[in-house]
Every structure is written in C-alpha cells, then in structure tokens.
Write a protein that binds this ligand. Sequence first.
Ligand code: M6R
Length: 364
Amino acid sequence: EKGNYRHFMQKEIFEQPTVVAQTLSSYLRRSDNSVALPQFDVDLSTIRRLTIVACGTSYYAGMVAKYWFEHFARLPVDIDVASEFRYRDPVLEEGGLALFISQSGETADTLAALRHCRKEGQKIAVVVNVPTSTMAREADLLLPTHAGPEIGVASTKAFTCQLAVLGALAAHMAVEKGRMSREEEQEVVRHLLEAPAALNAALDHDDDIAAMAHLIAPARDVLYLGRGQDYPLALEGALKLKEISYIHAEGYASGEMKHGPIALIDEQVPVIVIAPSGPLFDKTVSNMEEVRARGGQVVLISDSKGLEQASEGCIATIEMPEVHPLIAPLVYAVPVQLLAYHVALVKGTDVDQPRNLAKSVTVE
Ligand code: M6R
C-alpha cells in the first residue's frame, strides 16, 4: 500500500532510514559495536580474491563495495555486470568467493553467473532482498537485506540496504584477514549506525530538490560526475533519471570528462556533480570548473563545507549533512533518487511502471 505517498517509489525512498536501520541491526551487534554475520562454512581469512557480479543498480552497489573491500580488507576485487561475466571466460581460483547482489534474487543473468561460479568451484555469497528467491536458496552465505517488498521498478531502498550489508561484510572481512583492529571495527560500526539519521537529514531536502527539478526537466541530456566511491553514485543517478524520466543521462568518473565527454558540454546540458568534502573534493571541483568554463550548468551536491568552497556559479546546489566517507554513498543516493523522481513528476511519466521495463528481468 502507498499510504500517503503518491507513488511506491516515493514511499520507498522515504522508507530508507527505517529499512537501513532494520538491515543494520541484523548485522551489527550494538552491545560491543561489532559485526556479526550468519554462520558460514568458509574461513574468510583464507579468501584471496573476491568476484562480484550483479546487474543495474545492484551492480553499482557492488562497485561502491569494491572500494570498501579493497580499502578495509586489502582484498583484490573483480567486478562485472552479469550479462558480460560468463562470456569473458573469467579466471576463478578453486575455493574463491563469488558475491552476487540482487534485489529480486531472480535476475536471469545474475543467476546464470552464480551457477557458473558454483560449477567452477566458487563459494557463493548472496546479498538479496527477497528471502524466498532462487538466489537465496542457492547461496552458501545468505546475506539478506531487510528493505521489505520493493514495488517501484526503479530500485531505491534495496540499493541503500545493499550498501549497509556490504559495508558490514567489508569490515568483517577486514577483521578476519587481520587488516582491521577491534577498535577500528568498532569505529566502522559506529559510523554505519549513523546512516539512518543521516538519511533522514538528506530526505529533509525533498522540497529543494522538487523546486530544482524544473531546471532539469527540459534538458535533452544530463551528465552526472563523481570520483572514487562517488563515481558509482554518478552512474546510479544517471540510471535513475533515464529509467523514469526518459531523459538521456550518463554518469562519468569526474577525471574522465576531459577525455571526451566534455565535448558535449554547452548551456543546454545540466551536469550534476556528486562531491562530498574530503580528500577528493578539490580534484572534482577542478573538473567542475572545466565544465563551467564551457557553459555547463552545474548542480553541486555536497555538504556545507563543500558548498561554501565551490557553489559559486552553480545553477543550483543540494546540501547534504556532513558524514563519514563510509556512509556517504548511502546518503548521496537520496538526492539522486529524489531528483529523478521529481523530474519524472514534472515530465508526467509513469514513475512506478516506466515503459519497456520490468521489475525483475528473468530473461538473459
Ligand atoms: O533484482 P536485481 O537487483 O537483480 O535487479 C537488477 C536490475 O535489473 C535493477 O537494479 C534495475 O537496474 C533497476 N530497475 C534500476 O533501478
């Protein structure tokens, strides 16, 4: 039921603080601020390489998690979209761990990749939202998200819940591999637990974003830029926008702009820059300046520190709370979801049932 919301997508965006808290509470022990995973017959300390496979938004969650597994656990990660994975004859070491991410647990390409990995002797971990799904049944290590049923075709709350589980898993792996001390683990857990409140603070900007959507709705093309773990957020923002508003949108790594896409920039092209303040901020801002110098219409999504430094000349800004980098991808998912939602409202498209799309893609 939609309750007081106009669309399932809107309801699901606003449910995020609650469902992320629910998901976190099944992976984090508050008594001692540690990560607690379900029992699993694999010694995670022996894992030398992780293979992540997923599609669409779930793939972008995997891209964010790659940064975490590499950063915290120093674990090499190989990631691919499921529709490409099997066809490149991937090299899989006996006893390796393969991780599949899926809201529905039924996506045909992801399921086929899972079965391929099983045949190749991999242990199978699955982050899935539908507990009765095929992927859930075929997992060695089942890591459910507790987002509740997601009805809108555009995935929203499943994404942030996937990130919550993946953050916990990355910290756990790091501890198992001796790369993270108890104190560091406690700190990571504390930051993850800050996510629900930060998501609420992000949702407070709904009205600003609704007002701004009128600037984006007339565009033919929109670009999204991000660097580091915010790069997958740029891809996710572009996917959300094209999926429900039918505006052509692309996400790029900020530094790649000058290698081609900057040729597209003129006064007609809004460029959404996702850039929390932090070590990568200045670099992204200089890419943003390059865009602005060519007439690009920049919308900057950052925190108060970042906006103070770089909002001059932007056509609009969206202020996010200042958060620890670990939870930034969860928090910055909110404005890109809301922006797509409000642009779709302005355009009058069918938000929950966009044309040509199905909630669960069960053909390869
Ligand atoms: O159920 P899954 O997570 O496996 O689905 C994967 C994609 O089909 C899905 O994320 C799709 O890209 C969404 N419609 C994006 O909003």
